[in-house]
Design a protein around this ligand. Structure first.
Ligand code: AHG
Ligand code: MN
Ligand code: MN
Ligand code: MN
Length: 322
């Protein structure tokens, strides 16, 4: 099986980009180890702190953030980082041209129940003379990402990665520490009978989403004429991995549960990297009103509605939003 670095070199990635990706993965291997140790390394449970978005931070959220932040800022490859767990961006090497946005640990509510969690990352470029201390350097639409990926800490540790030439899936060989190419090109089937949504929010959805899901639930007797299955892992990284593996529709739609927070997922380090991975595998990623990768971000922690997955099913869902 082929190892990650030669695969990236064959794709024409610059030496620096390959090194940057390997740097991110070095931190992810350590996170994988800590997640695997669980209670044995005393990393389960919460801290007394909240992040800027008002979520209580888990010990592993903080630890994963620190590992990624330290290794990236020390590497010299990045001008700045943005993280779910950092109030603002953090400057690195002022002469570097790469910036990285990340969700250090996605699926925090799964940590203490030994369920799926992962790390999501997005790599963009900026001018050499751009100001490393200016958060505005991150406000670029997702179609400008040069690479995006996630590492899923599951029964095996897997990496989904794209540099704009398809989405590949690697598996971590824990005895030797290499990511090996186990799935050359992910290809999401255009049609599906599987969807993922947190159904407990049903009464807070827009009429469009209420109608769409009602028609899915009506099964073969309803307007869709087929029976659907439902799955919800409560970690975007796990749900997106299932969609990349066998198709499906994943959505975290707009809701009115908290009038000040109509959307849950964050654009720069959740929606954008996942949208690139999904589109590079032949799927679609949309908000209901626009393509996710075309959104011009206004704020680093901006949230958006997300509807992604199998092309025909996402289009069917968008039909209800017209
Ligand atoms: P995070 O743990 O990084 O804050 O992200 C959590 C997100 C995402 O992973 C997942 O799809 C969603 O929250 C789960 O939401 P519910 O708690 O509504 O199931
Ligand atoms: Mn969080
Ligand atoms: Mn997340
Ligand atoms: Mn997170």
């Amino acid at each position: 099986m082929r190892r990650l670095p030669p695969v990236l070199v064959e794709d024409g990635c610059s030496r620096e980009l390959v090194s940057l990706i390997r740097t991110i993965l070095a931190a992810c291997k350590e996170i994988s180890f800590r997640v695997g140790q669980g209670a044995l390394s005393g990393v389960l449970g919460s801290t007394l702190d909240e992040n800027i978005q008002g979520e209580t931070q888990k010990k592993l959220d903080v630890l994963s953030n620190q590992l990624l932040k330290d290794i990236l800022l020390e590497s010299g490859y990045v001008k700045a980082i943005a993280s779910e767990e950092e109030d603002s961006t953090v400057a690195g090497n002022p002469n570097a041209t790469y910036i990285v946005a990340f969700d250090p640990l996605d699926g925090s509510s799964n940590i203490d129940i030994n369920s799926l969690v992962g790390t999501i990352f997005s790599i963009m470029t900026v001018d050499k003379d751009a100001d490393a201390n200016d958060p505005a350097i991150f406000l670029q639409p997702g179609h400008k990402q040069v690479a995006a990926g996630y590492v899923l800490y599951g029964p095996s540790t897997m990496l989904a990665l794209t540099t704009g030439k398809g989405t590949r899936i690697f598996t971590l060989d824990k005895t030797h520490g290499s990511f090996l190419l186990t799935h050359e090109f992910a290809s999401i089937p255009a049609d599906t009978k599987e969807f993922a949504i947190n159904a407990s929010n049903q009464r807070f959805w827009t009429p469009a989403m209420q109608n769409y899901v009602a028609d899915l639930l009506a099964g073969d007797a309803g307007p869709r004429g087929k029976n659907f299955n439902m799955r919800w892992i409560a970690a975007m990284v796990g749900d997106v991995h299932r969609v990349l593996s066998r198709g499906g529709l994943f959505t975290y739609p707009e809701d009115t549960k908290d009038p000040n927070k109509p959307y849950k997922l964050r654009l720069l380090y959740e929606a954008n990297p996942m949208a690139m991975l999904i589109e590079q595998a032949g799927g679609l990623a949309h908000t209901g009103t626009e393509r996710i990768l075309d959104i011009e971000p206004k704020e680093i922690h901006q949230r958006v509605a997300v509807i992604l997955g199998s092309k025909n099913e996402v289009e069917a869902c968008l039909g209800y939003h017209k």
